[in-house]
Design a protein around this ligand. Structure first.
Ligand code: UD1
Length: 429
């Protein structure tokens, strides 16, 4: 199993290309199930989660081909992938495939809308809380689906087409919003979704669906209206830049000091996070083609944050921000409001010398003047990259085990950081 070795202390200087967003690419790929035509996606990142979803879609009958740059070529530049679901050959998404990645549960929406049935295993994914699927089920039921849960599988059927309806989400869910959008596109009549997720990935999916012939209005606001159509066609669509990758590297520079252009990043996709990072004492400026992050000397100021649905501070950047705060000149409070068990990185950061205590959903981080390298373990996708950020500033060597978590969501992380001066290498056993 691969490990990553980091020797801390180097500044970061140079250019980091920002990849296509994993969390946008996954629902866009799933949308290919809605049409027998070809959906071409540009800027698809080369990641373990993308490869896993390709396997899952293949099981349903989706063919794919890749054009453009490959992984071995220029670092960080994603690929163009063509997906064609000419025939849906199987409407079951089995446990062996779905258990590896929660987002694969989302195939339930398009499979049901296009074929009138779907049998999808209850999901797995990152171990960050219970992550139920009640919102998906009540949403699809509102569209007229009949749903039963049996032996770990959700059976959904709508033999006479889904029907448009008004549905108010009791809680904001990104995944359930994606699924409702995809299902309602092919429903009979108008659907109104209230309290919808406003994340940029929802907007990206909605504009792709509209390019395929759907009639969706209001994505990016809490109320989305979808007028159902009888079929969708192919389209060509571009995956947005990864705002979580952008925020992660911005925090890495905030941690080490230096001057880095995050090439291809869009500041408006993560305004709340950039504002918090700037308050730690970092200069952030938008430039044509990207976002520049600069810290030349000076202390890291403590800043309190609480995670919230978009446009709030993203939960997917909480662990990284905590890593940054371990070196702050004072005490900060980091509150997690989205997932109930997303502090697994605290113990590992403590192994590097961080001083963090937990009080309910809030972590109290007392900044220390120095972290020290140690062997640590990646526990989930975002937690593992927080250990990299801490290690970049720690004295001596840190070995990060279980790197497969990182490979799920960060395209060629060690190459991107090494090119900017970090002492970081992958050890393959
Ligand atoms: C997506 C992102 C993930 C991010 C999260 C929140 C992808 C592939 N993943 O995950 O990186 O951390 O949004 O921004 O895009 N919930 C329920 N019932 C449900 C569904 C969700 O209670 O049926 C709860 C969850 O347990 C959680 C909250 O709703 O507490 C938000 O989760 P949700 O927005 O659905 O996250 P995901 O779509 O799984």
């Amino acid at each position: 199993m691969d490990r990553i070795r980091v020797t801390g202390g180097n500044e970061l200087n140079g250019v980091i290309p920002i990849s296509g967003a994993k969390n946008a690419a996954l629902p866009l790929m799933i949308a290919s199930l809605l049409t027998d035509d070809t959906l071409t996606l540009e800027n698809v990142p080369h990641l373990a989660d993308v490869e896993q979803l390709i396997r899952i879609l293949g099981n349903h009958g989706v063919d794919y081909s890749v054009t453009g740059r490959r992984q071995q070529q220029d670092v960080g530049y994603s690929r163009t992938v063509h997906f064609t679901a000419r025939n849906i050959v199987d409407t079951t998404a089995p446990y062996e495939l779905v258990s590896k990645m929660r987002a694969s549960f989302w195939v339930i929406g398009p499979l049901l809308a296009r074929t009138g049935e779907a049998k999808v295993s209850l999901p797995g994914g990152c171990a960050i809380g219970t992550r139920p699927v009640d919102l998906f089920i009540s949403g699809l039921k509102a569209l007229g689906a009949e749903i039963e849960i049996e032996n770990g599988y959700v059976h959904a059927s709508a033999p006479n087409r889904l029907r448009g309806a008004r549905f108010i989400f009791p809680k904001v869910s990104v995944g359930a919003t994606h699924v409702m959008l995809m299902a309602a596109c092919l429903a009979d009549g108008e659907t109104v979704i209230e309290n919808a997720a406003m994340e940029p990935e929802v907007v990206n999916l909605s504009s792709c669906l509209n390019a395929m012939g759907a009639r969706i209005k209001g994505a990016g606001t809490p109320t989305i209206t979808i007028s159902g159509v009888t079929s969708l066609s192919g389209a060509r669509h571009r995956v947005i830049p990864d705002r979580i990758e952008t925020g992660t590297y911005a925090m890495a520079v905030a941690m080490t000091g230096g001057d880095v252009l995050l090439d291809g990043a869009k500041a408006k996709l993560l305004a709340a996070a950039l504002e918090a990072i700037a308050r730690t004492g970092v200069e952030i400026s938008e430039e044509s083609g990207g976002v520049r992050v600069r810290r030349n000397g000076g202390v890291i100021s403590p800043v309190d944050v609480a995670t919230a649905p978009f446009p709030g501070f993203p939960t997917d950047l909480q662990a990284q921000f905590m890593a940054l705060m371990t070196r702050a000149n004072g005490t900060s409070h980091i509150t997690e409001t989205i997932f109930e068990n997303r502090f697994m990185h605290v113990q590992e950061l403590a192994r590097l010398g961080a001083r963090i205590s937990l009080s309910g959903q809030t972590a109290i981080v007392e900044g220390v003047s120095e972290l020290e390298g140690a062997p640590v373990m990646a526990t989930d996708l975002r937690a593992s990259v927080s250990l990299v950020i801490a290690a970049l500033a720690a004295k001596g060597e840190t070995i990060i085990n279980r790197v497969y978590h990182l490979d799920r969501g960060f395209e060629r992380l060690e190459d991107k950081l090494a090119r900017c001066g970090a002492d970081i290498t992958r050890i393959s056993d």
